[in-house]
Design a protein around this ligand. Structure first.
Ligand code: HEM
Length: 465
């Protein structure tokens, strides 16, 4: 049997004299307090120290990468020397060794097997589900109602992902899956902010929050393994992503038994796709509605394009290239509010970056939220300006000045899926509804795994004529 090993990075050996510049640090705690309690201001301040900055977040030493060329070197040129390593250690509690959390030969093999299934021709098959579920969702909306749009988008994308991934749509099952996922999200976010030794201890002890998390996880496992067993037993093929995972064959396997994924691997990949694809798209949609609602002239132009291209009929994938302004709106929204606000790597062997020696076992972060607001690449970087995305501007922009989906061989595998889903949901809802942000709500960012608005996103719904 072939075993696919996952490499483990060593502890870094650092020569302090050769570190890039960085903010001043306190003895013993370094900059950990600012990092945990005032993360965004801290990173904005740190970025002023240069294109490569040292952060001292005890016990780790973190390199922050702030220039598109250095990000390119990290994600693309050096891709063989870097991976996720311990950056995604807490996510493994939920995802096991799926695409997001694995490295080395295992990641390469899984990516090779799964990539063709995300070809745009294949994912176009999910378009109907996306628009149908959106129509079904908005059927419950009432003119003038005040809703939490963050919750609404989360529920909608949850239903879409559960249907396209597992083929399930029973409301109670979907709700239970969503609740289990929320529980694990909270747990992972809390553990992420802890020193690794404490986190591992908490994960082993029967503490109330650990037990709650494990109960939720048991439900997700039970549902996923149940579906896997049912599909294997019945031999019935669905047209969902789970079937894809069950049916994919590795032509390069050394023997037929190794050509299919094990149940555990299918489970890890299914939960990974579910977790990676659900909240990210919901967050992208939430921020886009917020930006439209607070820029009435842009919202009016968005509506005009939908009326012009679609009239009253539902959008299809063929319409998407014609919705050029809607695409600019979404592009600009993911620039200002990148759903994954920072993407990290860990070195498996030493690399050189921007003239600095980076040892093996080092953590590097390239925060989209900071770099996509860099005045070197964007005029009026804090302005919501979809019009900036002209073909000439795109041509001029360095590749890694805009990277909401990451890049290199670890580029988000669901990018095409996410674009299609977000565009179809925006178009379907925008045909019928205008949004007005509740001005009493103050916007605050919560930069955990994804970039959520604190306290949700209260919005008034206005039915369009
Ligand atoms: C707006 C929505 C989304 C955003 C902003 C987003 C963003 C990202 C980012 C930044 C990464 C890390 C890339 C890197 O390390 O270079 C990533 C990885 C990944 N995403 Fe997404 N994502 C979105 C939607 C989706 C969807 C819908 C799916 C699945 C259906 C998905 C599945 C994945 C997977 C499996 C990975 C790991 C890829 C690998 O390491 O090989 N994502 N995503």
């Amino acid at each position: 049997m072939t075993t696919y090993t996952v490499p483990h990075p060593p502890k870094p050996v650092v020569d302090r004299a050769t570190l890039p510049p960085g903010p001043a640090e306190l003895p013993i705690v370094g900059q950990s307090f600012q990092y945990v309690f005032n993360l965004l201001d801290f990173l904005h301040g740190a970025a002023t120290y240069g294109d490569l900055v040292t952060l001292s977040v005890k016990p780790a030493l973190v390199y922050m990468v702030n220039h598109p060329e250095l990000i390119q070197e990290l994600f693309v040129t050096n891709h063989r020397s870097v991976g996720r390593g311990r950056v995604t250690e807490t996510l493994q509690y939920l995802m096991g060794y799926g695409l997001v959390t694995s490295d080395g030969p295992l990641h390469l093999r899984q990516r090779r097997l799964m990539q063709p299934q995300f070809h745009h021709r294949r994912i176009a098959a999910y378009a109907q589900t996306m628009t149908d579920f959106t129509r079904r969702h908005e059927a419950n909306w009432r003119d003038g109602a005040r809703v939490d749009l963050a919750g609404e988008m989360s529920e909608l994308t949850l239903h879409i992902v559960v249907k396209t991934l597992f083929g399930l749509e029973l409301p109670d099952t979907v709700r239970r899956i969503g609740a289990a996922f929320e529980l694990s999200n909270d747990y992972i976010k809390a553990r992420d902010n802890q020193p690794p030794a404490l986190r591992r201890l908490f994960h082993r002890l029967p503490l109330p929050f650990t037990r709650r998390f494990k109960r939720g996880l048991a439900y997700l496992d039970e549902t996923t393994y149940g579906l896997i067993e049912e599909r294997r037993r019945s031999g019935l093929e669905g047209d969902d992503l789970l079937s894809m995972l069950l049916n994919v064959r590795d032509e390069e396997a050394d023997n037929p038994a190794n050509a299919v994924m094990t149940d555990q691997q299918v489970r890890d990949e299914a939960i990974t796709l579910f977790a990676a694809g659900h909240e990210t798209t919901a967050v992208a949609l939430t921020w886009t509605w917020f930006l439209l609602a607070t820029h009435p002239d842009i919202q009016a132009r968005f509506h005009a394009e939908l009326d012009d291209v679609l009239g009253r009929r539902s959008p299809t994938p063929d319409d998407l290239p014609k919705l050029a302004f809607t695409e600019q709106v979404l592009t600009e929204s993911m620039r200002l509010y990148p759903p994954i606000w920072s993407t990290g790597r860990m070195t498996f062997e030493p690399i050189t970056l921007g003239g600095y020696h980076i040892p093996a076992g080092a953590t590097l972060v390239a925060p989209q939220l900071i770099n996509q607001r860099d005045p070197r690449w964007y005029d009026d970087p804090l302005e919501f300006c979809p019009n900036r995305w002209t073909p000439e501007f795109r041509e001029r922009l360095p590749r890694f000045a805009y990277y909401p989906f990451g890049g290199g061989p670890r580029l988000c595998i669901g990018e095409g899926f996410a674009w299609m889903e977000a565009m179809l949901v925006l178009a379907t809802l925008g045909q019928k509804w205008a949004m007005r942000h509740d001005p009493s709500h103050r916007i605050e960012l919560v930069p955990l795994v994804s970039l959520r608005p604190k306290g949700g996103m209260p919005m008034f719904l206005e039915r369009r004529d």
